[in-house]
Design a protein around this ligand. Structure first.
Ligand SMILES: [Zn+2]
Length: 122
C-alpha cells in the first residue's frame, strides 16, 4: 500500500484498541438487542468486536456427532464495540468513562457522570 498523509495517525489493525474489556458489563446502544445489559465474554480488538453474554444470539443448526445429539444451538455472535457502552451500576445506564489513576498507581476507568469506578470485580 502507498503511504499517504491521510492515513497518518490511524491505528494499525494490530494496535487497534477497543473501549471494552473482558468481564466488563456493557449496554447495547444500537441494533436488534438495543437496551440489553450483559457481560463481555470475549473481545476481538482487531475486528473491533466483542461477544456479550445474551446479546446477538444466533441459532446454529448442528449436525449430530458421536459426542452430541445435534439440533439447534444458541450462541452469542460478536457485536461491534461501537454498539456498546460501559454500564454504570450507580447511574443504571450506559455511560462514557474517564481514566483515573489511584493513589497506588492503578489505572481505573470511572463513570464521567458520577465518578464511580467501573472495573470488573475479579
Ligand atoms: Zn455513573
Amino acid at each position: 500500500m502507498i503511504k499517504r498523509g491521510a492515513n497518518k495517525g490511524l491505528p494499525k489493525p494490530h494496535e487497534a484498541k477497543v473501549h471494552v474489556k473482558k468481564n466488563d458489563t456493557v449496554v447495547v446502544i444500537a441494533g436488534r438487542d438495543k437496551g440489553k445489559i450483559g457481560k463481555v465474554l470475549q473481545v476481538f480488538p482487531r475486528k473491533g468486536r466483542a461477544i456479550v453474554e445474551g446479546v446477538n444470539i444466533v441459532k446454529r443448526h448442528m449436525k449430530p456427532t458421536p459426542y452430541s445429539s445435534g439440533g439447534i444451538v444458541e450462541k452469542p455472535a460478536p457485536i461491534h464495540v461501537s454498539n456498546l457502552m460501559l454500564y454504570c451500576g450507580k447511574c443504571k445506564r450506559g455511560v462514557k468513562v474517564a481514566k483515573k489513576i489511584l493513589e497506588d498507581g492503578t489505572k481505573v476507568r470511572v463513570c464521567k457522570k458520577c465518578g464511580e469506578i467501573i472495573e470488573p470485580k475479579e
